[in-house]
Design a binder for this molecule. Structure first.
Ligand code: MV4
Length: 500
């Protein structure tokens, strides 16, 4: 087993990885940018190294700097977390070439799945159903239009160079086709540095379901059931849960086998996620495979009792999986709410500033994976995810009740967050029934936002108590910094009821 691992990431996922390392007796090395000198992941680590200025292109994405620090620190392996370098084939290769271990899949698997057209080509060799569409990027607009007509409108234009909905365009009729292709190409070029796009049949009202898989270097591949990820806004996931209320045992069995076949087909090693779309007739189609640990991985951990980061590390060190498919048992239900520093009332624009007050929920079945502290500044440089609230209970209803309770306890003062927005989703009767699909947000947008303003009075009451406490503290601290004065002016807006 490794003695020391470098975590090439920041925020909640850096802490998450470090926690498992420490439980395994492994020392952890952090890297940080100039904006993160006192960030939680830096304070948590055994050693920490400055790797550059705030912009991630000059720090968290700097291959050479990270490799140099890793070597100098004596780390034997690098965990990339998610985002940043986690799905970068060049980086994975360079780590291996420098004599260290990349805690993730082989560069070849990242490469195959990273190019969505290559992924589709390779999946056509299997028995796994793939969404109808093209396996080559669009080269000629007239030919592409003929293909679209043959597939039948509506079609989706998607980026070949990256997933997650960026560069995606729905086309309802032939006359919109050419301009939509142009827009998708430009958007993909700016998002991924790769303007290639391809065509898929647009599936109406699907469910977005993903399967967690684990594969070791000894040829064992298993799945850890699904996560339901249909609650998204602009292809950004908001709430995930497991098990999916839509999937029955028969479908779960079939999709699980398809997920394992997908991983085996690309010689996958490590933890990965196979994404599917499922239509209302319960037909499922391969969408893409994410070759990293995902944001929503704790949902699977809570229902299976398996530490996915620990498994990633064991697999990377060459150990075989310690369980077989039939050993995987799901207990109860888990739901995750993503807490972003965003203003739901202002079209989810990022919110920056100092966290002047913080009350994180706890209690039975309540887990918060975050990296925030009172007095900490939320800067505009990185992803606005503050953390994730994951609630587990014996069944779906109890898990949702617990989640609603925990969201009511949750209070972050000084910046806007999506706490109340998540609560309005959890409370929604259609979500409660479990009869939702990928159009939930678009469909109930107005209702969710109306509920958001209605709940502000209640929040104000909770906040009032917190505020009272904070004021008392402030009275005894005349030496407070500029940034906390900024926080105090926030208290005024608070009292006027506008900051909720
Ligand atoms: C689709 C789709 C329907 N048909 N592809 C969105 C994120 C990316 N990972 C894939 N996504 C989708 N791909 C085909 N061929 C539906 C989605 C989708 C979605 C679409 C509209 C509104 C919300 C959505 C939530 C999840 C997935």
């Amino acid at each position: 087993m490794f003695k020391k691992i470098l975590i090439a990431n920041r925020g909640e996922i850096a802490l998450r990885v470090m926690r498992s390392c420490r439980e395994m007796g492994i020392e952890v090395v952090a890297v940080f940018s100039e904006a993160d000198r006192t960030a939680p992941h830096v304070l948590f680590a055994d050693e920490a190294y400055l790797i550059g200025p705030a912009p991630s292109s000059e720090s968290y994405l700097n291959h050479e700097k990270i490799l140099t620090v890793a070597k100098a620190s004596g780390a034997e392996a690098i965990h990339p977390g998610y985002g940043f370098l986690s799905e970068n084939t060049d980086f994975a290769r360079k780590v291996t070439e420098s004599g260290m271990i990349f805690i993730g899949p082989p560069a070849a698997a990242i490469n195959t799945m990273g190019d969505k057209t290559i992924a589709r080509q390779s999946m056509l060799k299997t028995k796994v159903p793939v969404v109808p569409g093209t396996e080559e990027p669009i080269a000629n607009i007239a030919e592409a239009l003929a293909v679209a007509v043959k597939i039948g409108f509506p079609v989706l234009i998607k980026a070949a160079g990256g997933g997650g909905g960026k560069g995606m365009r729905i086309v309802h009729a032939a006359k919109e086709f050419e301009s939509a292709v142009g827009k998708a190409q430009r958007e993909s070029q700016s998002a991924f540095g790769d303007g290639r796009v391809y065509i898929e049949k647009y599936l109406e009202e699907p469910h977005h379901i993903e399967f967690q898989i684990l594969a070791d270097t000894h040829g064992n591949t298993i799945h850890l059931n699904e996560r339901e990820c249909s609650i998204q806004r602009r292809y950004q996931k908001v709430i995930e849960e497991s098990p999916s209320p839509f999937i029955d045992e028969e479908l779960r069995l079939k999709m699980g086998l398809a997920a394992v076949e997908t991983a085996e087909n690309c010689n996958y090693v490590g933890a990965g996620t196979v994404e599917f779309l499922v239509d209302k007739y319960k037909n499922f189609y391969f969408l893409e495979m994410n070759t990293r640990l995902q944001v929503e991985h704790p949902v699977t951990e809570m229902v299976t009792g398996i530490d996915l980061v620990a498994e990633q590390i064991r697999i990377a060190s060459g150990q075989p999986l310690s369980f077989k498919q039939q050993d995987i048992k799901v207990t109860g239900h888990a739901v995750e709410c993503r807490i972003y520093a965003e203003d739901a009332a202002q079209d989810f624009t990022p919110s920056t500033g100092e966290i002047v007050m913080l009350q994180i929920p706890d209690g039975a079945g309540t887990r918060f994976d975050g990296a925030i502290r009172q007095g900490m500044e939320i800067t505009p440089y990185y992803d606005p995810l503050l953390g994730k609230l994951i609630c587990w209970a014996k069944d779906r209803e109890s898990a949702l009740n617990r989640c609603e309770r925990a969201l009511r306890e949750f209070y972050i003062g000084g910046i806007e967050t999506t706490i109340q927005f998540c609560r309005s989703v959890i409370k929604h009767e259609v979500f409660r029934k479990g009869s939702y699909d990928t159009h939930f947000y678009a469909h109930f947008k107005e209702e969710l936002h109306a509920e958001l303003s209605a709940s502000s009075e209640e929040v104000l009451l909770v906040a009032g108590g917190v505020l009272h406490h904070h004021r008392d503290q402030a009275k005894h601290q005349s030496h407070r910094s500029d940034s906390s004065r900024k926080g105090r002016s926030n208290w005024v807006t608070f009292q006027q009821g506008r900051n909720v």
